[in-house]
Write a protein that binds this ligand. Structure first.
Ligand code: NAP
Length: 213
């Protein structure tokens, strides 16, 4: 069983991933800029299976595998400050760069085309994998939501994306779908804007399922 750290894990996205990793029997460290806030957050969570503890982002970064779950505009500063502890590790980005315009979410394109590529540039000694971008956090946090979603995974490292896929397949309600390399990151992240706009328009929590697999 892996110990997974989540940077910015106190938000709904990080909490959802943490709960389902714990349900699969893994131990999770929810990181925060304020370890006390992380502990308070964890105390309010309905954790089943493995353990979830609250800690600083530094402690979360010391785990075997680390997920980045901060808002897009703070992700690069957060990972850059943790470059040392994140070196030689698999770092999973679930970060989407989006902006709200009226009743739509629109994708923003960072200079390198995607947040995963920006994180890869900021962490030259880590292996970056993209995953969890399209998951509705509210359904991830509810053990009884009936979520049955696909998680589209990309990385330039076959070993790392297979490692993350195997973790995802253990998480209740999720199926891993490896899409390919980092060259797909821009399209995969941007598609979150489509899903989020559908959610706003139709007042739902939709999620991605790939047919025909
Ligand atoms: N929400 C979803 O349904 C969903 C689904 C898939 C992917 N995502 C992606 O996952 C990421 C997190 O989403 P979220 O909705 O959980 O976001 P969020 O609640 O806005 O932020 C998550 C955490 O990031 C930390 N944070 C906030 N501002 C920060 C800053 N300036 N510097 C460092 N840390 C900061 C906060 O933790 P502390 O204050 O405790 O440090 C906060 O609890 C986003 O990139 C989003 O695109 C979200």
């Amino acid at each position: 069983m892996a110990t997974v750290g989540i940077l910015g894990g106190t938000g709904p996205a990080g909490r959802g991933v943490a709960l389902r990793l714990a349900s699969a029997g893994h131990d999770v460290v929810i990181g925060s800029r304020d370890a006390e806030r992380a502990t308070t957050t964890v105390n309010a969570m309905d954790v089943r299976g493995g353990t979830v503890v609250g800690a600083s982002n530094e402690e979360a970064a010391s785990c075997e595998l680390v997920v980045v779950a901060t808002p897009w505009d703070s992700a690069i500063a957060t990972v850059t400050s943790l470059r040392g502890p994140l070196a030689a590790k698999t770092v999973v980005s679930m970060v989407n760069a989006l902006a709200r315009e009226g009743r739509e979410m629109v994708p923003l394109y960072p200079p390198r085309g995607s947040m995963a590529a920006q994180i890869a540039f900021a962490l030259p000694d880590s292996t970056i994998v993209g995953a969890f971008h399209h998951l509705p956090a509210s359904m991830m946090q509810d053990h009884d939501s009936g979520l049955e979603a696909d998680v589209i995974i990309f990385s330039d490292s076959d070993v790392a994306r297979t490692q993350v896929a195997s973790l995802v397949d253990q998480m209740p309600g999720l199926r891993a779908v490896i899409a390919g390399s980092m060259s797909l990151a821009s399209a995969i992240e941007a598609f979150t804007a489509v899903a989020a706009s559908i959610n706003i328009r139709h007042r739902v929590h939709s999620y991605v399922k790939i047919a025909g697999l």
